[in-house]
Design a protein. Structure first.
Length: 196
């Protein structure tokens, strides 16, 4: 004979880091070493928030990068879920904040919920990956976002500029004021069929 469990109070609330303490230690160590301006919060499933360096890549910063993006890099929030590390965290850009019409076009690498689309498919995140790799891609997203906004490139690159220097030469000259005609962006909304 089995008996039904009794309600002895609320169920315990386990966070992902209670089950994966080594992963939390790894993330904290890697992020605070590489991105010291990000601050950790244990609220909810945990998050990091702050500003990424404007050029955290292993090659010289282009001469006019600050003319394109300003003195600071992307300000963002990294939001974990309780399924982390098996599910990649969400990276939410805070400044610059993409326009709503950009959320549905893969040329901007922004998901429909305004989070950054940094993986071509969810299966590319194995759960063993370093979150630093996503943060480097996010820093590169900031630079490519400025290039698309100024109509210097049609769409963001598939692999990002972390290891790809083909857009660096565009950043060696100051930008021309952007053409603010949004004809191609708004007309193309919903017609972009490639995965970001």
């Amino acid at each position: 004979m089995t008996t039904a469990p009794t309600a002895a109070g609320p169920a315990p609330n386990y966070s992902w880091w209670a089950c994966e303490p080594r992963r939390l230690h790894r993330d904290r160590e890697e992020i605070t070493t590489r991105f010291p301006d990000l601050a950790w919060s244990e609220e909810g499933a945990g998050s990091w928030e702050g500003t990424l360096p404007r050029w955290p890549f292993d090659r010289p910063e282009p001469a006019h990068l600050t003319s394109w993006i300003g003195d600071e890099g992307l300000r963002l929030r990294v939001e974990y879920s309780q399924a982390y590390p098996m599910v990649a965290p969400r990276l939410v850009p805070l400044d610059p904040l993409p326009e709503p019409y950009e959320w549905t076009q893969t040329r901007w690498h922004v998901n429909g919920d305004a989070t950054l689309c940094l993986l071509r498919e969810a299966a590319l995140w194995t759960g063993r990956d370093s979150i630093v790799d996503l943060l480097l891609k996010a820093a590169g997203w900031r630079v490519e976002y400025a290039l698309v906004k100024h109509n210097m490139i049609e769409r963001m690159s598939d692999n990002g500029i972390v290891d790809d220097d083909r857009f660096d030469h565009l950043l060696t000259q100051p930008p021309v004021p952007p053409d603010n005609t949004e004809h191609s962006d708004q007309a193309a909304a919903g017609q972009d069929d490639a995965a970001c």
